[in-house]
Design a protein around this ligand. Structure first.
Ligand SMILES: NC(=O)c1ccc[n+]([C@@H]2O[C@H](COP(=O)([O-])OP(=O)(O)OC[C@H]3O[C@@H](n4cnc5c(N)ncnc54)[C@H](O)[C@@H]3O)[C@@H](O)[C@H]2O)c1
Length: 446
């Protein structure tokens, strides 16, 4: 850890802003975090964490002397020489990135005299930095430095990802600015990729698009496995051992979700389109992902016939475990499709907030409550609590002991031996097992 440190401003106290701020404080810097939501700042000032992220509370607590929180941008700009923009960039209706929060920050910057550096951590389309620089010049702030340092952390392991990244990317218009920004990360053992600004912006978008492509690819392989008798887990293991391919992001399931992959893939596709290029591959990646979420409906119908009047337990609502983030979660699509088919939906999740994501679904306090009298239980998020799902208690509570495992979380042999009918993704040899208690109708074509 370096001592002394710089004064860093963090603008936006969401996942990226809080983790970035807390970790920079941990590296020895002084950090001022600004958000526009008063409740968020009040919670932080009271020593509470407004999001669920493992380890974040501890890092904030041990650095509380070095951190402060404010609603005023001037508190940040008066003191900090490095201003990290960490605001949200959600998709617009057209799929382009909504940069209104980014522009709100740029427009609100006071007429600073000293040479602070503005650093974009939010994910933005390639070309944004050029536009920001030109807007700064128009406002008489052309002397400010500008850098792009996109964030690659994943929710649920964000602290670990920030402090032990595979690489740090710093794009800048002026290489001296780039070096000053790179020096802030001193203490982190990772290569720093110095680049121009558009390339740094594109590294982020291309990385997420490539990971999403791998997921859609293995999901299509899984679907073909189901038709040909191959087991996608064995296929993925055999593929992943090839050093040219590698083992990561080859886990078949019901599709990717979350606040980043869906929006970043679409934003890159739109960016290409707006620039005159049709990014055909990404169109397919997106379509495959949408269809993958819906394949669960076909699997349920295969076992249960019409879903009207059937009771279905959705187990896991968040887009992945160890987060309370519901953005673009597969459960939202699945739940609303089930309700549209006339099914009764009961849902359980240990962290998701009981808000309006699934209108019409009954939110349950326990797995047992959700599966009681259910005709099927669908594993949507691989929470560790679900590893023991195939128990005698659950089997006897269900009206029809059928588990659809959308994440290939369970061992098929154990589940079948426990008396459940079981279906999963791309592992056909073990699937479709009838149980004594299950009343299955004729299979239907998907
Ligand atoms: N969440 C992730 O896993 C992740 C990972 C890598 C990159 N990113 C990118 O980082 C950016 C931030 O993502 P996030 O998940 O932290 O978003 P978030 O929605 O959790 O947080 C954004 C925060 O910015 C605040 N905000 C909005 N306008 C503001 C303003 N003018 N001044 C100060 N604060 C303002 C909001 O109130 C909110 O607290 C996005 O571009 C995202 O794509 C996210």
């Amino acid at each position: 850890m370096s001592s002394g440190g710089e004064t860093i401003g963090i603008i936006g106290a969401g996942w990226v802003g809080l983790v970035t701020g807390a970790c920079f404080a941990d590296l020895g810097h002084r950090v001022i975090v600004r958000d526009v939501v008063p409740e968020r700042i009040a919670l932080l000032e009271a020593g509470k964490v407004p999001i669920y992220e493992p380890g974040l509370a501890e890092v904030l607590e041990r650095n509380k002397e070095r951190m402060s929180f404010t609603l005023e941008l001037s508190d940040v700009t008066d003191q900090a020489d490095f201003l990290f923009i960490c605001v949200g960039t959600p998709p617009t209706y057209s799929g382009d990135a909504d940069l209104s929060a980014v522009w709100a920050v740029v427009d609100e910057l006071p007429l600073l005299e000293r040479r602070a550096i503005l650093i974009m951590k939010s994910t933005v389309p390639a070309g944004t930095g050029e536009k920001v620089r030109s807007a700064l010049e128009d406002r008489g702030l052309g002397h400010l430095g500008y850098a792009s340092s996109p964030e690659f952390l994943a929710e649920g392991r964000a602290i670990e990802d920030f402090l032990h990244p595979d690489r740090i990317v710093v794009g800048s218009f002026d290489s001296a600015d780039g070096k000053r920004v790179g020096a802030l990360y001193a203490g982190i053992d990772a290569p720093i990729v110095y680049s121009d600004v558009p390339s740094a912006e594109m590294i982020k978008l291309a990385s997420n698009a490539f990971l999403a492509t791998r997921i859609s690819f293995i999901n299509e392989i899984a679907n073909v496995c189901e038709l040909t008798g191959a087991d996608v887990e064995q296929v993925a293991e055999g593929m992943g051992l090839d050093r040219r391919i590698g083992p990561h992001f080859l886990h078949a399931g019901i599709g990717y979700g979350g606040s980043c992959f869906p929006k970043d893939v679409t934003a890159l596709k739109q960016l290409a389109g707006n620039s005159g290029y049709h990014f055909q591959l990404l169109s397919s990646v997106i379509e495959v992902n949408e269809l993958q979420k819906r394949r669960v409906i076909g699997k349920l119908e295969k076992h249960l016939g019409s879903l009207a009047g059937k009771s279905i337990a959705i187990l896991g609502l968040t887009f992945k475990p160890d987060t309370n983030d519901m953005r673009e979660a597969a459960s939202i699509v699945l739940g609303s499709r089930l309700l549209a088919e006339g099914a009764e939906v009961k849902a359980w999740d240990p962290l998701a907030e009981r808000d309006s994501y699934l209108h019409g679904a009954q939110i349950c306090d326990s797995v047992l409550e959700a599966v009681t009298d259910a005709d099927a239980a669908v594993i949507v998020t691989e929470w560790k609590e679900l590893r023991e799902l195939a128990s005698e208690t659950v089997r006897s509570a269900m009206r029809n002991p059928l588990i659809i495992d959308g994440r290939n979380l369970l061992d098929p042999d154990q589940v079948c031996a426990a008396g459940f009918a079981y279906d999963c993704v791309g592992r056909p040899g073990h699937c479709n097992t009838d149980s004594g208690k299950a009343k299955l109708s004729e299979p239907q074509a998907e």
